[in-house]
Ligand binder design. Sequence first.
Ligand SMILES: Cc1cc2nc3c(=O)[nH]c(=O)nc-3n(C[C@H](O)[C@H](O)[C@H](O)COP(=O)(O)OP(=O)(O)OC[C@H]3O[C@@H](n4cnc5c(N)ncnc54)[C@H](O)[C@@H]3O)c2cc1C
Length: 294
Amino acid sequence: MRRFSYVIPKSLDEAISLMESYGEKARYVAGGTDLLVKLKEGKIRPEYLVSLKHIPSMDRIELNQGGNGHCILGALVTHRMIETSRAIRWSYPILHDAVSNIGSVQIRNVATIGGNLVNAVPSADGAIPLVTLDARVKIQGPKGSREMELLHFFVGPGQTVLDRGEILTEILLPPQPPRTGSAYIKFGRREAMELPLLGVGVLLSLDEQMRHCTKARIGLGVAAPTPMRAWQAEAFLEGKELSEAVLEEAGKIAAEESRVRDSVRGAAWYRREMVRVLVKRMGMRCLERIKALG
Ligand SMILES: Cc1cc2nc3c(=O)[nH]c(=O)nc-3n(C[C@H](O)[C@H](O)[C@H](O)COP(=O)(O)OP(=O)(O)OC[C@H]3O[C@@H](n4cnc5c(N)ncnc54)[C@H](O)[C@@H]3O)c2cc1C
């Protein structure tokens, strides 16, 4: 592995200006779990690694931000911090489901949610629950800051909208209506230490009578080159009285609109079939969770 200098800026501005002066020779690093693998394999050969780890307040979880129920996740929040947050487990169980099965505890202790998003592999477990939750992201760079829907952050496998020097700083989660349940499943041969063959996230909200669906969100991973939403299946569910049969139909619609492909890890027909099965299964889990809320 080629030698590199490890630089530790103490503020966002310092990190951005370091990156401007080093140019192509530098890379940002957070937990390093993706980056170090690429370094060892010689896929990247930076002269400088600019650490984001010591920038204040980028590792904070703030719930009920501003009293309006919004949640802020700093990009440096580790998967383990999310996994062990009782408040996240209560308010956004879909996120807890997803991070609990990333790598191992050792990986989760250092790997960050921001690094997972910026790495942008189609199988990133952190991305699907966040896309299902309508998350937005904040970005800061040499030209200032900007904010956008997370769904639009991904451009292709391994590619995001980030320009050179830009840092993903925060993930913003909107509050959820009452009587909302959400769930994520990482589907693969093994749950831990393996990237998913498919990732499926579902969020459902019910009306006061606990019958009709007032809000439906379905996020799919490894079903397209970037994380996707099953818009037609969501539209089908909204306003419907929810039952097993209705969720089954939503699964069929989601399977049809998915853009699954054959790969060495799974055939397209099999992935499509699993979208059908898992959308229904996660829909049922959402309903169980809403009932458990009382
Ligand atoms: C053994 C093992 C098992 C794994 N299992 C899983 C799994 O089950 N599911 C899964 O989804 N992933 C898994 N991963 C991948 C990895 O752990 C995650 O993607 C992790 O969240 C990456 O975060 P990080 O902080 O380590 O990123 P880093 O490696 O530090 O960075 C990743 C990339 O993002 C850039 N970057 C990081 N943070 C920022 C930021 N805030 N702004 C701008 N650029 C940034 C870096 O320059 C780099 O290009 C696994 C990895 C290993 C080694």
